[in-house]
Design a protein around this ligand. Structure first.
Ligand code: Q0Z
Length: 287
């Protein structure tokens, strides 16, 4: 990283630096969060898996929408990107009924204004994918909002554009991943606007941290599905009877190794590229 890069933001597991007025460096750490708490134990190469997967999707979706990626750094965990004016909404697409979508449905029969068929079970596939925007909460959880509220926040024309683009990105990626044995149940995109007023896909995209990845061969609707990547961590934490407040527990070596293997498996299944090839040259995911 250049000496002069100024730190401009921290996420739970990522850091953001300014390279200059037009460029940012997005760095994915090996930290892992579960039940909204960052754990003291890292998962080796997790940040590289997420950065490589995002880069892979960015390279394959440019015909749907331009994105912020300029280059992947040699370290495999850092993305040099264009600085955008980020939209103030989370652009969530759901193909399956889970998480806050399921909660909303149980309470009201709808989520983000989409009235859903009666009798749906947790994790059921939706009749068609739906766009369920949410506010960006500074603290606590994002709140799902309807199209009218999202349109107030970004403008009606921009809302229609992000909805169309987000649904198109999800349809492409969900079909691609399902052919490789992974259900992308839902995903969150973050878009920005460039200096020419064009919509640009930013942040990370279609990773297990911004989406629910489920193993397709274990899909059993009617309850919660195992997470492709984090299930060992969740099961271990549940076995401790931890109250899910910070600080979280240290992870034993076998849970770390099993979780790292699942992240690497997700990378290799989706991309078809051996992870060692990515470590040797991150640019391999862009070709
Ligand atoms: C992304 C975030 C992280 C903390 C701002 N291309 C862009 N242009 C302008 N802003 C952003 C991006 Cl990606 C941007 N975030 C989310 C990431 C640490 C916050 F690594 N915030």
């Amino acid at each position: 990283m250049p000496e002069a890069a100024a730190h401009v933001g921290s996420g739970k597991v990522r850091e953001l630096y300014a390279l200059d007025d037009e460029r940012l460096l997005l760095v994915a750490s090996d930290r892992i969060s579960t039940f909204d708490v960052v754990l003291p134990t890292e998962i080796p190469d997790k940040g590289r898996v997420l950065t490589g997967l995002s880069g892979f999707w960015f390279a394959r979706t440019t015909e749907i929408v331009p994105n912020h990626l300029l280059s992947l750094a040699e370290d495999g965990r850092s993305t040099e990107c264009r600085r955008l004016e980020m939209l103030p909404i989370e652009c969530v697409v759901r193909g399956y009924l889970s998480g806050s979508g399921w909660k909303d449905y149980v309470a009201t029969g709808a989520t983000s204004g989409h009235v859903l068929p009666s009798g749906m079970r947790e994790s059921d596939r939706l009749p068609e994918p739906i766009f369920t925007p949410a506010t960006k909460a500074q603290e606590g959880h994002d709140e799902n909002i309807d199209a009218a509220r999202a349109s107030e926040l970004v403008g009606e024309e921009r809302f229609r554009e992000v909805e169309r683009v987000a649904l198109e990105l999800y349809a492409f990626a969900a079909e691609f991943a399902l052919e490789r044995g992974i259900i992308i149940a839902d995903t969150k995109f973050e878009f920005g606007i460039d200096e020419e007023d064009r919509l640009v896909l930013g942040d990370e995209a279609l990773t297990p941290d911004s989406s629910r990845f489920w193993p397709a061969d274990e899909y059993t609707p009617g309850g919660m599905q195992p997470s492709f990547d984090k299930q060992f961590v969740r099961d271990y934490c549940e076995s401790l009877g931890w109250d899910k407040t910070a600080p979280g527990p240290e992870l034993p070596d076998d849970v770390v190794a099993g979780t790292r293997a699942r992240y690497v498996e997700a990378f290799e299944r989706v991309t078809g590229i051996p992870f060692d090839d990515y470590l040797a040259d991150p640019g391999v995911v862009l070709r």
